[in-house]
Design a protein around this ligand. Structure first.
Ligand SMILES: CC(C)(COP(=O)(O)OP(=O)(O)OC[C@H]1O[C@@H](n2cnc3c(N)ncnc32)[C@H](O)[C@@H]1OP(=O)(O)O)[C@@H](O)C(=O)NCCC(=O)NCCS
Length: 138
């Protein structure tokens, strides 16, 4: 992590979309992304000089539920411990902001080949499956 800078709650919609495109197709719309970031509990991003190389965020209600979203490390920066740093930053946020003395449910959705990464960080899977649909906004 030498020469890399961690930023907290600074991730912008442009940075989000730029980084998304390095790993996935079909980047989200700018307006959706801007609103999503505005309603995010905590954002973490990592920069190599002025280039964004990693991001993650957590959404939720601050009390009972925290949900980790959009964990991305730019391909050429993967397997250097940056993903672990992102998750640790989020877990620190939960630890410092949750109701003192309670155990807080932190969850996420992972594709099968990323499950070992999260297991290394202490996450476990259960039998629940993700259900979804797309609702057109009018
Ligand atoms: C998943 C991702 C965030 C991991 O980031 P990373 O910076 O490469 O991870 P780290 O280097 O911090 O890895 C931490 C540990 O997990 C392991 N690990 C990372 N990715 C792994 C994988 N796909 N399978 C198995 N182990 C993995 C590392 O080897 C390391 O193990 P170690 O501590 O024993 O050395 C990154 O691969 C990524 O951005 N992928 C594309 C986007 C994506 O799929 N995001 C996740 C959505 S669910």
């Amino acid at each position: 992590m030498t020469n890399l800078t961690i930023k907290r709650d600074e991730l912008t919609a442009d940075e989000f979309i730029t980084l998304w495109k390095t790993v996935w197709d079909g980047a989200p719309a700018y307006d959706q992304t801007r609103l999503a970031l505005e309603h995010t509990l905590f954002r973490v991003s990592v920069f190599d000089d002025d280039k964004i190389v990693a991001m993650a965020r957590v959404i939720g209600d601050m009390g009972l539920n925290y949900y980790i979203k959009d964990v991305v490390v730019r391909p050429e920066y993967q397997k250097k411990g940056i993903g672990r740093t992102l998750i640790n930053e989020i877990l620190r946020f939960v630890k410092e902001n949750g109701v003192v003395g309670t155990d807080i449910f932190v969850e996420l959705c992972a594709v099968p080949d990323k499950i070992p990464f999260y297991e290394k960080l202490g996450f476990k899977s259960n039998e629940a499956q993700r259900l979804f649909l797309f609702q057109r906004a009018e």
